[in-house]
Design a protein around this ligand. Structure first.
Ligand code: FBP
Length: 418
């Protein structure tokens, strides 16, 4: 094993070592390394010079992942860039405040990645006293109820955002109300800390989804609860950045800062997220639809007709479509970004603030569309924190064809058991 390595930003060391999660009590993982740079004290930025092919990550990026043709290609650039280098000016310059926030967020996600892969998950509930369904009512009841891992993931993210010193308020799918963190935090973070957790016992992929807005300074005079809520209810068009982290055979941090969508793969040997999919472009048409097909008889006529048509190869694209449904939104969305097609949940199930807006921002930045079947998601004004709606995300041509069937939103929600 190589000794743990200290990564740097502007010549200041950053903590990136993954500490194995302990079980009891619920672990909080603040990036509290003694060398962590105090806020607002970055020296001037250096130009990043990366050693070419000097590390495993450089070798992999140069020889296989980056440089191939197609949406995952890097255009022949052999340089391996980490996420932090990328946002710190190597790819886009998002400003020191956001770099620091992203650093803390990626740190939290590495903790969650280690946690979901931990052999101790099955006993987490017993050791921590978390029972599925305990705590917040935000996650719903029954199969929607938060699981121990949801709650721990939520704590990990909240703790990291607090440590960043850059977040005014965090609104989480796991909490009934937003958490006000600090008055001078420049950003607002909305998050689903662990989407797809209902499948976690079967080791099916899960993911973290996040959106970042600026704090609305014009609301600073309001009461804390009021400004926390209103800051969290911003329309998706105001997103500064959004992303997801997929916990699967690879851990992938996919994000947009308003100039394209880019994916970074965790190199477990160094702890770095390495740029593997710069400027992702969703194909203008795919040949895959992704939906919970068991709901077929609860679908409206338009949606049934659309699916019946494309699966027979009788749509605008004369090939028979395939079905893929993992039942884990981040995983289904990630595949759709890479291969094209449409991923959908036509009933009022997914959340506008935590899921629909961040993913719509990403798909639009990759050249695709996000809609509720009728309206562009990013233009919908949220009126409730936990507002649910039908969600359709995908390739432009597939989305246009789907929407041409008009009647695609499922109104019947029979209270499914599984
Ligand atoms: O039961 P359905 O309608 O197929 O919904 C499955 C969807 O629900 C989710 O599990 C999210 O639900 P939660 O937000 O309640 O965790 C997604 O990951 C998945 O795409």
């Amino acid at each position: 094993m190589n000794p743990p390595k200290l990564h740097t930003y502007n010549n200041m060391p950053l903590p990136t070592t993954i500490i194995p999660p302990s079980l009891c009590p619920a672990p909080i993982f603040p990036p509290n390394h003694p060398h962590f740079p105090p806020r607002n004290q970055f020296p001037p930025r250096p130009i990043f010079h990366r050693p070419r092919m000097a590390t495993l990550s450089g070798f992999i990026a140069g020889s296989q992942l980056v440089g191939s043709s197609g949406s995952g290609g890097g255009g022949g650039d052999n340089e391996a860039r980490t996420l932090i280098e990328y946002v710190g000016g190597g790819g886009v310059d998002v400003g020191d405040d956001l770099v620091l926030l992203i650093h803390h967020l990626q740190y939290a996600c590495k903790k969650i990645a280690a946690l979901v892969a931990s052999p101790f998950n099955s006993t987490l509930g017993k050791h921590t006293g978390f029972a599925a369904g305990a705590g917040s009512s935000a996650g719903g009841s029954g199969r929607d109820a938060p699981k121990p891992l949801d709650i721990v993931s939520n704590e990990i993210i909240l703790s990291s955002l607090r440590s960043s010193g850059k977040v005014a308020v965090m609104a989480s799918e796991e909490d009934d109300t937003p958490t006000w963190i600090r008055d001078d935090g420049p950003f607002v973070v909305v998050t689903d800390p662990l989407d797809g957790s209902r499948n976690i016992d079967a080791s099916i992929p899960t993911g973290t989804i996040f959106g970042i807005y600026r704090r609305l300074e014009e609301l600073d005079h309001l009461r804390t609860e009021e400004k926390a809520l209103l800051n969290s209810l911003q329309t998706g068009t105001r997103l500064v950045a959004s992303g997801y982290v997929l916990y699967s055979s690879a851990t992938i941090f996919c994000a947009s800062f308003g100039s394209g969508t880019h994916a970074f793969t965790l190199d477990h040997s160094t702890g770095d997220f390495i740029l593997t999919h710069p400027s992702l472009k969703i194909p203008s048409r795919g040949q895959i639809y992704s939906v919970n097909d068991a709901r077929y008889f609860d679908w409206p006529d338009g949606l049934r007709l659309y699916i019946d048509t494309v699966r027979q190869g009788k749509g605008r694209y004369p090939k028979k479509y395939s079905a893929r449904y993992i039942c884990s939104l981040v995983a289904d969305f990630h595949r759709t970004l890479l291969y094209g097609g449409v991923t959908m949940n036509p009933r009022d199930h997914l959340r506008l603030v935590y899921e629909a807006n961040p993913l719509s921002f990403l798909v639009e930045q990759a050249g695709g569309k996000g809609s509720d079947g009728k309206n562009r998601i990013l233009s919908i004004q949220p009126v409730k924190l936990h507002q649910r709606l039908p969600l359709f995300l995908g390739s432009c041509e597939d989305m246009e064809e789907l929407e041409s069937y008009g009647d695609v939103q499922q109104k019947v929600n029979a209270g499914y058991e599984v």
